[in-house]
Design a protein around this ligand. Structure first.
Ligand code: NAP
Length: 269
């Protein structure tokens, strides 16, 4: 995700390579990026980066994110703004390590295509100007939507888990078609994915709501309507269960991340 974000911002010239300093455990993984942008610099350590940068994009897994926050908390500058993409690490948890401006970002793999949504949520310490600057930076990856933190997990299902969840839907649609025909899986996949792409354009670019598409495709009493009725009957239960399961998982992860944060803040005797 870190690579996708930095690449996207550099490609769109939202940031200059000279302004980018990266710290990672395995600098060799940066070869492609530094090959393409030789002015991108690699920091000696997380702590030295914290001393040098005022805007820090934290792109590790959630447990590592609290560990990095704990590691760098003593080195952060008075003008630091932390931008964290770690899921399950709420703003208030970050505030325990750093009381200044923090923005939570939920990127999506769709950002690689400069499409889809990046969710953002700022804490009260982020100035309007800093918020606008961050929102502009992330617009290099598609649409930016600022959201209340209380809705961030469900919205993450839609935007960030979305590419996987939608890809699986198409895959299952294609597999069912294969079970009832002599189409190959590749053929069925290609048909489903191309239709998905066209439907996304109808929904998005032409602003056709689902109702309009249904009116134009699903004649009352016709064949498509049979399928629509089946989905209307089964899908609410499927999606309710899906969201209940993901929300339960977010809570479990938040508890783990919270416990690690507590341990780091108070290591005990
Ligand atoms: N993947 C998604 O679609 C997605 C979507 C939304 C949000 N997110 C969030 O994005 C974050 C990153 O996910 P990812 O899939 O990009 O994970 P990833 O591929 O594992 O990348 C994490 C990077 O952080 C580095 N790292 C770990 N600990 C470090 C430390 N102490 N110091 C410096 N670098 C360190 C890792 O280096 P090593 O290679 O050495 O481990 C790795 O390069 C997660 O918090 C996740 O919640 C991901």
């Amino acid at each position: 995700m870190g690579s996708m974000i930095v690449n996207g911002m550099l490609e769109k010239k939202c940031i200059s390579p000279e302004a980018v300093l990266i710290s990672t455990r395995h600098p060799e993984t940066l070869a492609a990026l530094t090959g393409k942008y030789p002015s991108v610099r690699v920091a000696e350590s997380n702590r030295s980066l914290a001393r040098k940068c005022s805007r820090i994009l934290l792109c590790t897994k959630p447990l590592d994110a609290v560990r990095v926050l704990s590691e760098i908390s003593g080195d952060l500058r008075p003008d630091t703004h932390i931008v964290s993409i770690a899921a399950c690490l709420p703003l208030e948890r970050i505030a325990r390590f750093f009381p200044g401006p923090v923005t939570r970002v939920v990127p999506s793999l769709t950002g690689e295509m400069q499409a889809g949504v990046t969710l953002l949520c700022h804490n009260a310490r982020v100035s309007r100007k800093a918020a606008q600057e961050i929102e502009e930076l992330f617009s290099a990856l598609g649409t930016v939507v600022v959201i209340d933190e209380e809705n961030i997990d469900v919205a993450t299902d839609l935007t960030s888990c979305g590419p996987a969840l939608i890809a699986v839907l198409m895959e299952e649609f294609a597999r069912a078609a294969v079970r009832h025909s002599t189409l190959s899986l590749e053929q069925a996949r290609a048909l489903a994915v191309s239709t998905l792409s066209g439907t996304a354009r109808l929904l998005d670019e032409q602003g056709s709501p689902t109702g309009t598409i249904l009116r134009r495709v699903a004649t009352p009493g016709g064949i498509t309507e049979e399928g629509v009725q089946q989905l209307r009957s089964d899908m609410p239960r499927v999606y309710d269960t899906l969201i209940q399961r993901t929300l339960a998982k977010y809570e479990l992860r938040k508890a783990d991340v919270g416990a690690e944060g507590d341990r780091l803040l108070d290591p005990g005797p």
